[in-house]
Design a protein. Structure first.
Length: 386
């Protein structure tokens, strides 16, 4: 049995944040019905690299879901959503606040229809506050949440993380909220509730000590490139073959092992470097010592030495490295599947790993409107046939 078997989820979102949340629920057995626009469907169907007109990203984001094509601007489409929401456990949406209300599908209307409904609402700035009505994308949430300010080399233009991390963080916070609300409803006899997730808040929530350091010391943490400010040593170092190795030698005993491994017993036994605060004060000296050593050896040899010394270190992976790595293979993080046309495709595996009820791939991403008849052709929420 799947962990979320029997959970009925209605997905009204598109692109990234809402669909990623619903995809996570679907991976663990939830029956997700995805509502798409009649004309063209979810825009993600045609984002980035396409195979015969369909994005391979779509194949990941919409696996294990069913597709129903509806025009939510029409009375007929709105009525269909209300009928499905009346039977649903969870509704996921990531429209700009006020959009669903304009269609008669807001929280108040759907909660009155189905008091047990849990409604996950993901937006740029949340459902309240002076910015609520502004459109918001993940990149803006990353900037407002404080992440973009940190992701650069000092003095250079801040860069974005190469994926839509703000959307994904919001989606994962949304999934946590759904599971908490389900626990409250099922165990404590509560009703359904609305979960309000903002992109910028989801990013800000993982900003560690950024705010208390500013409040207590007036410290404005800035860009530090590949280093981790205030924790030493932790950086990327060039090797003789041009590759970069990441070394995290910031634990006290780890630092001593690292210095021993690179032949710097003077630094290993320096009492001023025994604790992190001392190393932070002399981080340039330490980085220079590590870099001088890594620059003399190819990365494979560097990693061999550091692995033998139990010093956390690793290479920077490209997707080609990921696809070939035995650790990914051993933990089923590279899954061989097929799309709806039967064409083979490798996709990311499922996390987290549950021992008794692991997630699984049951069905490929659907064609637009593939399940209209199945879902709308008879009353109630039909059981899914695996």
């Amino acid at each position: 049995m799947d962990a979320l078997q029997g959970l009925k989820v209605l997905e009204l979102g598109q692109l990234i944040a809402g669909p990623f949340a619903a995809k996570t629920l679907a991976d663990f057995g939830a029956d997700v019905i995805k509502i798409e626009p009649v004309e063209g469907g979810d825009p993600l169907r045609t984002w980035r690299l396409l195979r015969e007109g369909t994005s391979v990203w779509w194949e990941v984001q919409s696996r294990n879901k069913r597709s129903v094509a509806l025009d939510l601007r029409t009375a007929e489409g709105q009525a269909a959503v209300r009928a499905l929401a009346a039977e649903a456990d969870v509704l996921v949406e990531n429209f700009k606040p006020g959009t669903l209300e304009g269609w008669g599908l807001g929280w108040d209307a759907l909660h009155a229809l189905n008091p047990r409904l849990i409604m996950l609402r993901i937006s740029g700035y949340g459902q309240t506050g002076p910015y609520a009505g502004k459109p918001g994308f993940g990149v803006l949430g990353e900037a407002m949440g404080g992440l973009r300010h940190l992701t650069a080399e000092p003095g250079r233009v801040p860069v974005r993380v190469g994926v839509s991390i703000g959307d994904t963080l919001a989606a994962l916070h949304g999934v946590m909220g759904v599971l908490m609300a389900l626990r409250h409803r099922e165990v404590h006899g509560g009703q359904g509730q609305m979960i309000d997730v903002a992109l910028y808040e989801s990013v800000f929530n993982v900003m560690e000590s950024l705010l208390p350091e500013y409040d207590a010391f007036g410290a404005v943490r800035g860009a530090a490139g590949s280093a981790l400010p205030g924790i030493a040593p932790s950086n990327a170092y060039a090797c003789a073959d041009g590759a970069y190795v990441l070394v995290a030698g910031n634990g006290d005993s780890i630092f001593r092992r690292l210095m021993r491994a690179i032949g710097r017993s003077d630094l290993e036994n320096d009492p001023g470097l025994a604790r992190n605060e001392g190393r932070v004060a002399r981080v340039a000296e330490i980085d220079a010592a590590i870099g001088a050593w890594t620059g003399q050896h190819p990365i494979a040899q560097v990693l061999q030495v550091l692995d033998a010394a139990a010093v956390p270190a690793g290479r920077i992976y490209s997707v080609a490295d990921i696809a070939a790595d035995p650790q990914y293979q051993a933990r089923d993080m590279i899954l061989q599947t097929a799309d709806a046309q039967g064409r083979p495709l490798k996709v990311p595996g499922i996390v987290p790993k549950l021992a008794q009820t692991p997630g699984r791939l049951r069905t490929p991403a659907p064609h637009l409107g593939q399940h209209n008849d199945e879902v709308l052709g008879r009353p109630g929420w039909p059981a899914r046939a695996d």
